[in-house]
Design a protein around this ligand. Structure first.
Ligand SMILES: [Zn+2]
Length: 321
């Protein structure tokens, strides 16, 4: 029986998922750290502009938006690239300055890196830069101090905690949903598939390249059914099959770096056709989360130290201090 009314019934908007791109070049990745020391970087071929522009085209074709976490080191050398990302309607956020993992930085050096990169990225993009992703997901139990430093430096969300067990990074018992921390900052953790006895990282990087597409797709659908946005990540160099082959990185890191690169653009294009992707800020707004402007005193956290997004169930704090 049709219902007659002056207004069309509003269907709920489809859930959007986070797509995030960590803007660093092929020689800056952790897997190459031993083979290519920082002092060598200025002599390496810059390939990032081409890789980012390919990604921008891919996203434009799918009418998808993303958050680009850009290194200050890259922004300083390629300012037009940052302008192009912003002009294409994407969110610009910070990946720090030098790609040094937080466990190798002092609090002062971290404050300096994130403040300098924020100032430069804001100037180039014309947007407030409110988000941060640590190099190598290096917010771990040892480096949780960084969340306070980020908040003090003007950031309002962090997307660095990988709630999995991994030999290098991750907090294996951290909350898996978007939540607000006692430091005042919102945490947007990378997506994992929660199995009865383990958490499986499914939503990006080498995992996305290695796994069959159906597995990633199935994991995102599962999150979607629970009303939770997926947080997917990628790096521009993962779409560049012609990048130089680096010797001396070791068998496993070499495999991690190169597996699936050849077919990755096609794979991502298929994912972009199937799900709706947006920037972190858009997805937070969809969850009813308003990022507090800078300079406003924050509300107090509850006894768990975590404030939970409206519409998301409370989660136990596995990484409290
Ligand atoms: Zn990185």
């Amino acid at each position: 029986m049709p219902r007659f009314s002056g207004h069309a019934e509003e269907a709920p908007a489809p859930l959007r998922h986070v797509l995030s791109i960590d803007v660093e070049d092929w020689f800056q990745v952790e897997n190459h750290a031993r083979a290519i020391p920082r002092a060598e970087w200025p002599r390496c071929e810059l390939r990032i502009a081409g890789s980012v522009r390919r990604l921008l085209d891919l996203l434009a074709d799918a009418q998808a938006r993303a958050t680009f976490f850009v290194l200050g080191w890259v922004a300083e050398r390629l300012p037009d690239l940052v302008r192009d990302i912003a002009r294409a309607g994407h969110e610009v956020a910070s990946h720090g300055w030098s790609h040094t993992p937080l466990w190798d930085l002092s609090e002062e050096a971290c404050f300096d890196e994130v403040s300098r990169s924020r100032a430069l990225l804001e100037e180039l993009s014309g947007q407030p830069v409110l988000g941060y992703r640590a190099p190598t997901f290096s917010v771990t139990k040892r480096t949780l101090w960084a969340l306070r430093v980020l908040y003090q430096a003007g950031y309002r969300y962090d997307s660095s905690i990988f709630p999995v067990h991994h030999e290098r990074y991750g907090i294996s018992d951290a909350p898996t949903t978007i939540h607000r921390r006692a430091e005042g900052i919102w945490e947007v953790p990378l997506s994992v598939l929660e199995l009865p006895r383990a958490r499986l990282p499914v939503a990006g990087g080498g995992y996305f390249r290695l796994y069959p597409l159906w597995l990633t797709r199935w994991a995102i659908r599962r999150l979607e059914r629970a009303g939770r946005p997926a947080v997917v990540y990628a790096h521009p160099w993962e779409f560049d099959p012609s990048q130089p082959r680096v010797r001396g990185v070791g068998l496993l890191p070499g495999f991690r770096h190169r597996v699936g690169i050849g077919g990755n653009a096609r794979k991502l294009a298929r994912l972009l056709r199937e799900f709706r992707f947006a920037s972190v800020r858009t997805v937070l707004a969809q969850l009813g989360i308003e990022l507090e402007p800078r300079g406003v005193p924050r509300r107090c956290a509850d006894e768990t130290g975590i404030l939970v997004a409206p519409g998301l169930r409370r989660v136990p704090d596995g990484c409290g201090e």
